[in-house]
Design a binder for this molecule. Structure first.
Ligand code: UDP
Ligand code: MG
Length: 327
């Protein structure tokens, strides 16, 4: 059942990609809502692809249940928990053609917005992303640190990374093909989406609270994620240490000159233990910070050099593409 005259291969395919880690409670709530949103889409064939990112709860059983009752559901299970970025990469790699919508499993990204995404895709946009104008049900600390992070990364990164924009977006087939070529192990997807370029547009939306369960990103994980983002997309911190070094050396030189002149002109005794300790400790601190920074980059280089796969697949069960409703 296709739109007048179009053969199945001509009708565009849209895959909704959902990474899930311990989302057994949220999935049964999200899936019917998603199906309803997709049912109203005309002129595209749709498919839903769930990636179970090494869940330790009933997520996989839930997914099997969903797939049993719905032939358009594809399932991918990773061999362990690889993290959301790797899970999304795995999903994208298993999409052979068509566009992709990335959605969170917890209902925080409204599936109803997909209609608008598809409309803009038809207008020729390649990367239609949802930008959060409001975040509900998230702590003040999370909102303010997220706000600050997007501003910092936006300034540091050479390629644009839209502020307050998560992974919730539609990617055109050529954007998906481009992303598949980026095989780095330390993956900061928001940066990679921006790196790809093409025509981008943002759609504002209100981020709702989770439908069930807890966020998988605690403070420590978010902090590491922020470091990942900065080190993956900017070498500005390395450059900054050079400037700190130059500044410290200049200050040290001026101080030394002052100490020598004071001794020569006024015959002052050479400054003693407290000054010495202050200078040594300060220099030591600056050097350790610089070393740590180099270490951050070197560690990532080491990981890349190992050339390990980004994820391993345990089970792959492709779903069928759904029928296409007339527009
Ligand atoms: N997620 C994942 N692997 C992980 C952690 C999270 O696939 O290791 C998924 C999770 O199931 C959800 C999405 O990534 O669908 C976003 O996670 P979460 O809601 O915990 O993040 P938040 O919205 O709090 O930033
Ligand atoms: Mg969430």
């Amino acid at each position: 059942m296709n739109t007048a005259g179009a053969t199945p291969t001509e009708t565009p395919l849209l895959t909704v990609l959902i990474a899930a880690h311990n989302e057994a409670e949220a999935l049964p709530v999200l899936h019917p809502r998603l199906r309803e949103a997709l049912a109203s889409l005309g002129g595209v064939r749709t498919r839903v692809l769930y990636v179970d990112d090494g869940s330790s709860d009933e997520t996989w059983a839930q997914l099997l249940l969903l797939a049993a009752g719905d032939p358009q559901v594809g399932l991918l299970r990773l061999s362990r928990n690889f993290g959301k970025e790797a899970a999304l990469t795995a999903g994208l790699d298993h999409v052979e053609d068509g566009a992709v919508v990335i959605l969170d499993a917890d209902g925080q990204d409204p599936p109803e917005l997909i209609t608008e995404f598809v409309r803009l895709w038809r207008e020729g946009y390649d990367n239609v992303h949802g930008t959060r104008i409001q975040r509900e049900g998230e702590s003040w600390l999370k909102r303010s640190t997220a706000h600050a992070f997007y501003r910092v990364i936006g300034r540091l990164s050479a390629t644009p990374i839209p502020a307050d924009t998560g992974d919730f977006r539609l990617l055109s087939p050529r954007s998906v093909a481009a992303l598949k070529q980026l095989r780095e192990r330390h993956r900061f997807m928001k940066g990679l989406f921006g790196w790809v370029g093409y025509r981008q547009i943002s759609v504002p939306y209100r981020r709702e609270p989770r439908v069930a369960g807890d966020s998988k990103f605690g403070f420590w994980r978010l902090w590491n994620f922020a470091l990942e983002g900065i080190t993956s997309f900017s070498t500005a911190p390395l450059r900054a240490t050079t400037y700190v070094g130059v500044l410290t050396a200049l200050l040290a030189f001026a101080f030394a000159l002052w100490v020598v002149l004071k001794a020569v002109l006024w015959g002052d005794p050479v400054a003693g233990w407290p000054t010495m300790m202050a200078v040594i400790l300060m220099l030591g601190g600056v050097q350790l910070v610089a070393l740590g920074l180099i270490g951050e980059y070197l560690g990532r280089l080491y990981d890349e050099s190992k050339q390990r796969p980004i994820y391993l697949v345990d089970v792959w069960q492709p779903g069928e593409a759904g029928v296409c409703l007339p527009e």
